[in-house]
Design a protein around this ligand. Sequence first.
Ligand code: 13P
Length: 259
Amino acid sequence: MFVAGNWKSNKSFNEAKEFANVMSAMSAMPEGVEVMVAPPTPYLAAMGQLEWPCRLGAQNVSATGPGAQTGEYTAEMLAGCGVQDVIVGHSERRDGHGEDDEAVAEKVNRVLEAGLRVVFCCGESLQDRQTDVHFDKVLRQMGSGILHLPVELLDRVVVAYEPIWAIGTGLTATAEQAQEMHAAIRGWLREAYDESTASRIPLLYGGSCKPGNADELFACADVDGGLIGGAALDPESFRAIVDAAGRVAATRMHVDTNS
Ligand code: 13P
């Protein structure tokens, strides 16, 4: 299981460091759960120096390489600051900052070339769902962002399904809605690659996931964790979601050992 916090443009630098302190003072993270936090970009270098029980994520990366690109930052620069995972293709970047499929695919490439892991986001709008094109939309995003990758790079790909209508709205996909989309994504990966690759890639759900609904969402067979926005800002609620993932991880490990 994998639980990732995306802080978006929230928290002062001091609040970010305080969060890391509180996380460090907590009991060990549950077995079988990887935990990642993606703070705002200006904090990454400093947070990469801290000892705390979370992988360090970036919320964005440039599609460009080094050189005369004022204001941009390369995947190698993120790696040099201790970043391990990079979120690419979040709907707030696709829709709010004009990132098209081509730019998203280029960012995926840059992240993987730098040796980092990519958290590739996909998801449909409310209109897509109401007009019943949500599966087409998400699988098309998978095709344009991932399909060009050779299978050996897929070990460093995590997919996050985030229905746009559920992000920051308090509306959550039901467990059934999450599971059916995750199963479709898993099926797409199986066809594009192979069974073992498809079963290894973590599929995260994002969109108003919180302590009160995390158990139900994570219990879905094809949900391997969450990409958490608002509920990742408070260490206690983030930890409660991590613990929900821990309960599911324990069950899955039990099933593995007995099969
Ligand atoms: P919320 O959990 O605030 O809905 O945000 C989800 C998200 O966009 C994470 O990337």
